[in-house]
Every structure is written in structure tokens, then in C-alpha cells.
Design a protein around this ligand. Structure first.
Ligand SMILES: Cc1cc2nc3c(=O)[nH]c(=O)nc-3n(C[C@H](O)[C@H](O)[C@H](O)COP(=O)(O)OP(=O)(O)OC[C@H]3O[C@@H](n4cnc5c(N)ncnc54)[C@H](O)[C@@H]3O)c2cc1C
Length: 383
């Protein structure tokens, strides 16, 4: 009998999982709380093992065409003077990495599943009841349906996780930063480049993706204690942290206050002892968000979706499949989450000596050969 799977969330992990499960013969439904596929968004990276996943999905050529081709990253000191300018591959050590708009990746994934998979936009799971035979779902729209399995691909602040495993707090590892991203007009004439301004504990970046007339603005600051959540409180906190800053930061703070696409959060990871319970499992940021500091969130979502689908396709028993998913992926997740322990946050130094060390390292990048690519990115051979 065809097994019915409900996936909550249609961003990266959800559609990627839907693709592989459909290919394995499952009947797949995806519920997404937004009214349509969310486009736009900041640039994300696809690296290492995740490149092999998108190649196997047949979307590598489309993603290569959407590659952002950022030509340089320029680092500035407190008054906005240039410290050093480097190419992106000098920093990551890899020329094969892909960098695309988050919306372009989501659209590429959606395009290869939209005709084969049922999408329910503008809806969400209200309640979820596991019985011996399946999972009874009451949707927010009032519909009720039963599925064999439910997968939460609903991101860092997953509702599926909360309803099955309990409050987020117990799985959230705060990493010491609060940040805001938003778009603002490209009045600076920037093109294919990133400008990053730093003082100890504060970073402000303007990212010109291609020749767009809008810039991605990013404000990130160090805050030892986890601040109160809630978008307005966090926005005010970010604005306050940058109140006396130099360079173009005052214009960025003004734009932050007016932005209609503002995204504010704290930097954090999700670390869970298990990613499944009964007939429900989690994938992507919902299960193991690594934080933007690693730049590996989308890659983990893509690889996690592949490994989970492979386990479900090859094991009839869902308990055995979920166990195989954890066994297959745990080491890869751990290695990537550990990137922040081993210095990925060096781009955001919090003290004067740490900032001086980072600047010295950046200057070395100009003269020395590039560092080897990080092994964590390719630490898994796909089945
Ligand atoms: C500032 C920033 C920079 C980043 N930079 C990078 C980077 O350089 N490289 C990288 O790889 N990653 C980066 N990431 C992370 C990356 O965006 C995520 O890790 C990745 O998108 C994870 O995909 P996901 O599908 O698991 O979750 P998400 O992309 O968070 O998607 C979750 C989906 O679920 C939907 N949803 C939420 N709640 C519900 C609900 N109750 N019911 C139904 N649907 C729901 C949401 O609308 C959304 O569509 C960055 C993230 C941020 C915030």
C-alpha cells in the first residue's frame, strides 16, 4: 500500500524531502503556512556533500546558472577605511561552492516537485495525534486527515518539534549574537561584492548580490546573555547596539527601522538527542539548525532530506528507518555544528585582540595560498 507522508514546511528541507520520497513511491503532501512559496531572501551557500545531492536531483546546472559570482569581500575598520579586500574562495578555500539566493534554491526545488506532490499553502498543522495506525492531523483550515508519517521541515522555531518534543528552549544553544537582516536601496553603487565593517563585538555588512538595486544589510552584535525574543524587542536592541557607530551604519539603522522584510533573531543551534518520536521525525533546521555562523544550514537541510528519504525508501519499518537516518547523519551534523566551536565565528570577533588576529589572518589570505576546504562540508559519502 502506498505510504502517505505529510511534510510541514516548503523551504529547503521540505521540498527536497518531497522530491526523494515521491521518487521512492510515497504519496507526499506538503503544508506551508505562507500563502505561496517564499522567494527572495539572503544568499545561501551549497557546499561539499550537498553539491552531490543537488547534482543527483538534476538541478545543479540551474543552480550554477543562478550562482551569485561575488567578486570581492572588503573589510573596513571603525571609521570605514579599507583594511583588506579578498576573493570569496580565498576565505573558504573552495572554488566549487555555490552561492545562490535562498529563493532561487527554494524555487529550483519546488519546480521539480510541484506536479507530483500535493502542496497546501496558507495552512498549517493545528494538532497532531499519533495512533497505532497513523497520525491524525487537524489542519488550521479545519480539514482533518490521517497520514502514515509526519515530517517537520518547519525551520529553526519548528512547531512540529514543539508539539512532539516540547519547548524549543531545551534544544536551543545560544551562540552569543543577535542579528538583523533586511534590504535597503543600493545607493552606494555596489555590485557583486560584500562590504563588512567591524568593531569588537559588532559587525555591519552590505551585500550587493549581482547588480541588484537593493542591498542585503546585516547587523550582528555580541550579546553574552541571550536577549528576550520577540521581533520588536530584538530590533530595538540591535538599533541600540549600533547607535554610536561610524561608516554607513546610521543609514543602515534608519533602514532597519523602516524595513518591511526585516528578519531578526539570535544566533543559535538546535541540538537534540533524537530526531524522531514514533511516526514523526524532523529534518533540516527543525532538527539540527547549525546557525548562520557556519553557513551550512541549507547544505545540512539538503543532505538530511536525502539521507532521511533513502532510509525510508529502503526500510519498510519507520522506526528502523528513522534510526538509520540518525545513524547515517549524526556525525555529519556534529562536524558541521562544531564549525562554530573551531572558529567560524572569527568573522565576528568580540574583543580588540581577536579583531586584530582576524585582520592579520585576512591580510595573510591575500598573500598566502588559500586554506584547504573545510573537511566538515564533505564529511559524508551518500548511499
Ligand atoms: C541571516 C541568515 C543567513 C544564513 N546564511 C546561510 C548560508 O550562508 N548558508 C546556508 O547554508 N544557510 C544559511 N542560513 C540558513 C538557512 O537559511 C537555513 O538553514 C535553511 O534555509 C534551512 O532550511 P529548512 O527548510 O530546514 O528551514 P527554513 O528555511 O527555515 O524553512 C522552514 C519553512 O517552514 C515554514 N513553516 C514554519 N512554521 C510552519 C508551520 N507551523 N506550518 C507550516 N509551515 C511552517 C516556513 O514558512 C518555511 O517555509 C542562513 C540563515 C539566516 C537566518
Amino acid at each position: 500500500m502506498t505510504r502517505k507522508v505529510l511534510i510541514s514546511g516548503a523551504s529547503i528541507a521540505g521540498p527536497a524531502l518531497a522530491y526523494w520520497l515521491h521518487r521512492a513511491g510515497f504519496a507526499v503532501t506538503v503544508v506551508e503556512k505562507a500563502d505561496s512559496l517564499r522567494d527572495g531572501g539572503y544568499p545561501i551557500d551549497i557546499r561539499g556533500t550537498a553539491i552531490e545531492v543537488v547534482r543527483r536531483m538534476g538541478i545543479l546546472p540551474r543552480l550554477r546558472a543562478a550562482h551569485l559570482d561575488t567578486r570581492r569581500s572588503t573589510f573596513l575598520d571603525a571609521d570605514g577605511s579599507e583594511l583588506v579586500s579578498v576573493t570569496p574562495s580565498a576565505v573558504t578555500g573552495s572554488v566549487d561552492d555555490l552561492e545562490v539566493r535562498r529563493g532561487d534554491l527554494a524555487a529550483a526545488l519546488y519546480a521539480i516537485v510541484r506536479d507530483d506532490v500535493e502542496f497546501l499553502f496558507g495552512d498549517s498543522i493545528d494538532t497532531l495525534d499519533q495512533t497505532g495506525q497513523g497520525v491524525d492531523i487537524a489542519f488550521h483550515s479545519g480539514h482533518r486527515r490521517t497520514f502514515d508519517l509526519v515530517i517537520g521541515a518547519d525551520g529553526m522555531h519548528s512547531r512540529t518539534r514543539e508539539s512532539v518534543f516540547g519547548p524549543e528552549q531545551q534544544f536551543h544553544r545560544y551562540l552569543g549574537y543577535a542579528f538583523a537582516i533586511f534590504t535597503m536601496p543600493n545607493t552606494f553603487g555596489l555590485s557583486h561584492e560584500l562590504l563588512m565593517w567591524n568593531t569588537p563585538g559588532r559587525a555591519a555588512a552590505l551585500y550587493a548580490v549581482g547588480d541588484d538595486d537593493e542591498l542585503h544589510a546585516f547587523l550582528n552584535f555580541h550579546q553574552p546573555e541571550a536577549p528576550i525574543r520577540g521581533p520588536e524587542a530584538l530590533r530595538d536592541l540591535v538599533a541600540k547596539a549600533f547607535a554610536d557607530a561610524g561608516w554607513e551604519v546610521p543609514a543602515m539603522v534608519d533602514a532597519l527601522r523602516d524595513a518591511d522584510d526585516l528578519f531578526v533573531d539570535t544566533a543559535g543551534q538546535i541540538r537534540m538527542p533524537r530526531w524522531s518520536s514514533g511516526r514523526v521525525a524532523l529534518v533540516g533546521d527543525a532538527a539540527y539548525a547549525p546557525s548562520f555562523l557556519t553557513g551550512q544550514g541549507s547544505s545540512l537541510a539538503l543532505v538530511g532530506a536525502y539521507v532521511l528519504a533513502h532510509a525510508l525508501a529502503t526500510q519498510q519499518d519507520h522506526g528502523a528507518a528513522f534510526a538509520a537516518y540518525e545513524r547515517g547523519l549524526r556525525g555529519f551534523v556534529d562536524a558541521n555544528q562544531a564549525l562554530v566551536d573551531s572558529g567560524a565565528a572569527t568573522l565576528f570577533p568580540t574583543t580588540v585582540p581577536a579583531l586584530e588576529r582576524r585582520n592579520a589572518m585576512l591580510r595573510d589570505l591575500v598573500t598566502l595560498p588559500p586554506p584547504p576546504p573545510r573537511p566538515a562540508h564533505s564529511a559524508l559519502t551518500l548511499p
